[in-house]
Design a protein around this ligand. Structure first.
Ligand code: SAM
Length: 280
């Protein structure tokens, strides 16, 4: 099979730049460039888009995105050790690739990007879920991104696409499905990574909806579902006590039985409850 670019194989890049994987940064690298190109293809047509990549590491997914014809890739990487390897990619794709050395949770990349923008990332799951929630809960909609293509632990991916009544159903499912179409597009065994993680992984692709499925204030909805599922074994009248005054009346007004548990309540009803709470 022909190489996707003229840069050295990723094993060589890692060796040359001494990029031994660090657990503290959640580093499990993808070394197969055919696989990274396959993940990049899940992000859709990149030729007319800027792509924001978080956590490029030695650059496997970055090279996939560029080989798939991304108009531009902007990457944010926390590990300074990766900068020389990423600089080599910038040299191979002049004017098409820029990297910022820093923490994606603290950097606002928007000044460096032009729409339409797609996001692609293989991140440690805690950073990934934190960013996903931020990307799904801006006050205004549509957001800066057109799509998100994100690698997660398989169990987290299942939580994003879960339906009411299932064990995985919760805050991530509600926030994701409120404002996006979310699907699992690829599953990967631990052996796809170096070093292999303990669990299976999956790539989730989310397309931003032009409008949320039901009206609701993002902040209120986020608070309501966080509280409801923090105590998922409790009835909602108890789980949401303290979320808003007269919660039992508001649940009834939203068409929800106060004795129901969060896991059986559909998205539409949670949005109705957020609107009832907003009225106060
Ligand atoms: N994208 C590469 C790949 O697929 O081989 C690396 C994936 S590795 C799972 C996660 C990467 O995210 C690492 O390079 C790590 O240094 C970086 N990272 C971890 N926390 C980060 C943060 N808060 N901001 C930016 N990058 C971060």
């Amino acid at each position: 099979m022909s190489a996707i670019d003229t840069l050295p194989p990723l094993r060589e890049v890692i060796e040359t730049h001494g990029l031994s994987a660090r657990k503290s940064l959640g580093q499990n690298f993808l070394l197969d460039l055919n696989l990274t190109a396959k993940i990049a293809r899940q992000a859709g047509d990149l030729t007319e888009c800027d792509v924001l990549e978080i956590g490029p590491g030695p650059g496997g997914l970055t090279r996939g995105l560029l080989a798939e014809g991304a108009r531009r890739v902007l990457a944010i990487e926390k590990d300074t050790r990766c900068m020389p390897a990423l600089a080599e990619i910038a040299e191979a794709y002049p004017g098409q690739f820029e990297v910022i050395n820093g923490d994606a949770l603290e950097i606002d990349p928007l000044a460096h990007l032009s729409p339409p923008i797609r996001v692609a990332a293989n991140l440690p799951y805690n950073v990934g879920t934190e960013l996903l929630v931020r990307w799904l809960t801006p006050k205004e909609w549509p957001p800066f991104w057109q799509s998100l293509t994100l690698m997660f632990q398989r169990e987290v991916a299942e939580r994003i696409i879960a339906k009411p009544g299932s064990k995985a159903y919760g805050r991530l499912a509600l926030l994701a499905q409120w404002r996006a179409d979310a699907k699992i597009v690829l599953s990967l065994p631990p052996g796809a990574f170096s070093p292999p993680p303990k669990v299976h992984s999956a790539v989730v692709h989310l397309d931003a909806l032009p409008e949320p499925r039901y009206p609701a204030d993002a902040k209120i909805l986020n608070r309501v579902v966080a509280n409801a599922f923090n105590k998922r074994r409790k009835m909602l009248r108890a789980a949401l006590k303290g979320t808003a005054p007269d919660i039992e009346d508001r649940l009834i007004a939203a068409g929800i039985k106060p004795t129901d548990r969060a896991e059986v309540v559909p998205l539409e009803a949670f949005c109705a409850l957020a609107r009832e709470i907003e009225k106060t």
